[in-house]
Write a protein that binds this ligand. Sequence first.
Ligand code: ATP
Ligand code: MG
Length: 437
Amino acid sequence: MALKITRPQGTEDVTPKSINKWYTIEKVARDTAESFGFHEIRVPTFESTDLFLRSVGETTDVVQKEMYTVKAKETEFTLRPEGTAGTIRALLQNGMLNDALPQKVFYILSCFRHERPQAGRLREFHQFGLEMAGSQSPAADAEVISLAKTLLDRLGLKNIALNINSIGCPKCRSEYHKALRSYFAAREDELCDTCKTRLEKNPMRILDCKSPVCGDIGKDAPVILDYLCDDCSSHFETLKKYLTGLSIEYTVNPRIVRGLDYYTKTVFEFVTTDIGAQGTVCGGGRYDGLIEQLGGNPTPALGFGMGIERLLLTMESQGCEFLEQKTCDLYIAPMDADGTQKALTLVQSVRSEGYQAELDLMNRGIKAQMKYANKIGAKFVLVLGENELESGTANLKFMKTGEQFPVHLDERFITEFGDLAIQFLFDDILDDLKEEM
Ligand code: ATP
Ligand code: MG
């Protein structure tokens, strides 16, 4: 027997059975982003490893433990672990930051991280994300947070808490780092090995460590909010005022530092308790230094990434509604090769009007064909036997009621089918609505 090959650990297949759930999230995400004036950007799946070292940061979990780096013919690449670095690289490379600012782009893409797979934590996962470059106004932060909130609302999600924090700029952070270093140095022996190395290089990363011991020690650590400079502090105060004005509820959580190095000032997370431990559905913030760090002119920017799989788990657990799958409007059941020839042209005419149409491709008998038509949920069925072909007319059957309607098998068919479809399929939708009410 041939070796059975299975998908790699931490990856998922999305089969047609559940694709409508993905379409729902993608459609609502695109529509929401566009309503805020964001436009879609598509970037490569892999980038030079350096891009992530310089942006995500060498002391982060992502770079230290999670990157998929591949060597192909002496050149090294990394599968993107997140969307921001590649997107900013693209904004720079395509000269978009020389255009009118702010630049506002969104993306839907896969990310790769070598983590321990569990519910809501995959090795290949998907993000809806966006970036805005050029504005340093707290109104930009408010818009980005408001967009995320609007999207969650439009998906029908409930009980998703927004946590915000400010992690300051390099100026206020150097004082804060000193305070953190002296706090953690006192308990250095207890820290995990990774955090021991972080102590000198980037002590704030210790606050983001997933090890329970480091987490515990971090609980009483000094908080960044006490170290903000005037500029960062007033930025944060204004943002909070804007959020209140938008009736967006939030909690200030001084423990959020976010997992990637490039953040400055505002950081935020949307968190649910409905899907277990991996409850952060969205994470984002401001990264005013990143564009300069990647070789551009100093340009403030911000954005977020939303985990689509986590959104999906939350929507399922909360019983949210998804867009309906499109199903077959017309199924044609031919009885022989002549019937098939006729069916091939009839389905084409119906499809050109926007209907979904299929015909038998299995040479099944009439009984088996009717069974198949039921299984795929065909709304109308047309049987094409010898008699029908001879007379040039046939009966179109509306499956829900069993009613039959005579139609012509020539150029009149499309109009006759269209009239019946509009009448019956519309009634059908109304019936369904009434049932739901
Ligand atoms: P976590 O703390 O859960 O590891 P993170 O801080 O590493 O998250 P980000 O880099 O901010 O996550 O990515 C943005 C979003 O992408 C997260 O909020 C989450 O919804 C999703 N995400 C991150 N890693 C994974 C993963 N391995 N599997 C599924 N979704 C993920
Ligand atoms: Mg992570």
